[in-house]
Design a protein around this ligand. Structure first.
Ligand code: CMC
Length: 438
């Protein structure tokens, strides 16, 4: 319990009573958001560990990159609201901000963009890796494997103790992941790889690498490029989520940054995390028509069924996800630009949302649409195949991962991440030879 001063000011310490004993812990104050109880001496003082499966109650690090207020639906990157970045900034500007902490000057920005362009090319040997994958391989499998393999091409990256080396790895990763991502797609559809084009912006180039073919001119649609840019901004970082925590944990062992980001990609792949937008489309296809919504909702509410309303709920946002609103707006812009007939899947999603946000099950549990509820529909409208949705998320999140990795490495007194456990297995027992086992 926090120790309140008699004058009512914020307490400096918290006291934990265990039977007759008590232990006092400092309270640390951040700039925004809840204070934290510093339990680093918990075991020394009490001979006990804290128990927090899923780490929902645990601040695992200090960070100055991203702030989320889940009750108010606030998301700030280095202090700037996501709504402003999504409408005013470009993805590369947001990337610079996340990595270096400040918006770039014109000169810094130009140098950063130029560096990313130069680094977007892959070593020609990397082409050979793709042939080792089956044509029907999931592009996330190709991305994960190939990003890990970059470690073999840049042995200098192992030197994480020098800032210049970390900086070079940062730029290599932000620039090369989109090329690998686009090639993973090209490989699975049997089309030739498209090399990066230095005349284009980050998102224009990514679209071109995805969709251009040698037998036809490809003109980048600026509205679609802007939509991709915005989607990338919305997914760029999200404080200590599962994949970012994975990157930090792997990075805490001193692993090279390519291995760390490959681990982040693996964590992102799961349907509870980055795989959710792909899962939303699967769910909508399964529901099929409006008439089936009530029976689907009944299934979701039945805990035994194990079915979840994908694209709904968030560990942190308990009111609304600010990214979801921008996503929905972007969907309408894309549909208008492409002159698409209204997608019945969108109507189904909108109807599903309307029913769910008014249903006591979802209201009581504070489950609202998250960023992924509409992102899949936008990507589908743009012709991006479902299997590439999480890959696109990884392209964006690479920026957040490298920013968080750098912050961790630069933290004074950084140590390996090593949680403990509540052991519930057998107590010590003696080995029994096989012939005596019944
Ligand atoms: N559909 C139905 N029930 C849900 C859902 C859902 N999508 N999400 C949570 N619940 C229920 C859950 O069953 C539990 O109910 P009860 O209290 O009766 O046991 C309660 O709400 C709390 O759920 P929880 O699992 O403790 O919540 P969590 O914070 O561990 O999970 C989540 C967060 C995002 C994994 C979860 O909401 C979920 O599985 N959502 C669907 C997948 C999804 O859309 N993921 C994308 C997240 S946003 C992008 C990203 O950050 O990667």
């Amino acid at each position: 319990m926090a120790d309140h001063d008699t004058n009512g000011s914020t307490p400096e310490t918290a006291t934990l009573s265990i039977g007759e004993r008590s232990a006092v812990f400092p309270i640390l104050k951040g700039n925004l958001g809840p204070d934290v109880i510093d339990i680093r001496k918990l075991t020394a003082d009490t001979q006990m560990f804290s128990f927090d499966p899923g780490y929902g109650e645990t601040a695992s690090c200090r960070s100055a990159i991203t702030f989320i207020d889940g009750d108010e639906g606030v998301l700030l990157h280095r202090g700037y609201p996501i709504e402003q970045l999504a409408t005013e900034a470009s993805f590369t500007e947001t990337a610079y901000l996340l990595v270096y902490g400040e918006l770039p000057t014109r000169e810094d920005y130009e140098r950063f963009q130029q560096d990313l362009k130069e680094q977007a090319l892959l070593h020609e040997q990397i082409r050979n890796f793709f042939n080792g994958f089956r044509r029907d391989a999931h592009p996330m499998a190709i991305l994960c494997g190939t990003v890990a393999a970059l470690s073999a091409f840049y042995p200098d990256a192992v030197d994480i103790s020098h800032e210049a080396s970390r900086d070079l790895s940062t730029r290599r990763l932000i620039a090369k992941v989109p090329t690998i991502a686009a090639w993973a797609y090209k490989y699975t559809v049997g089309e030739p790889f498209v090399y990066p084009d230095n005349n284009l912006s980050f998102s224009e180039n990514f679209l071109k690498m995805l969709f251009a073919k040698p037998n036809a001119e490809y003109k980048v649609n600026p509205v679609l490029a802007r939509a991709i840019d915005r989607i990338l901004i919305l997914h760029a970082d999200h404080e200590q989520n599962a994949s970012t925590s994975t990157v930090r944990l792997v990075g805490s062992t001193g692993s090279n940054p390519f291995a760390c980001i490959a681990a982040g990609i693996a964590a992102l792949w799961g349907p509870a995390h980055g795989g959710a937008n792909e899962a939303v489309l699967g769910m909508l296809a399964q529901i099929g028509t409006r008439e089936n919504i009530p029976s689907f909702i009944a299934q979701v509410k039945d805990r035994e069924s194990g079915v979840r309303l994908m694209g709904f709920g968030h560990r942190v946002y308990k009111n609304f996800d600010p990214r979801a609103k921008i996503m929905e707006q972007t969907y309408h812009e894309v549909v208008a630009e492409l002159g698409l007939k209204h997608d019945p899947m969108f109507d189904l999603a909108a109807e599903l949302e309307k029913i769910a946000v008014n249903d006591p099950y979802f209201v009581q549990r504070r489950l609202y649409p998250n960023v992924d509820f509409y992102s899949g529909l936008i990507l589908k409208a743009m012709g991006i195949p479902t299997s590439m949705f999480t890959v696109l998320f990884a392209v964006a999140r690479t920026v957040g991962w490298v920013s968080q990795w750098r912050e961790m490495i630069e933290e004074p007194g950084q140590r390996i991440g090593r949680p403990r456990q509540l052991y519930v297995g057998e107590a010590r027992r003696d080995y029994i030879p096989q012939c005596r086992r019944s």
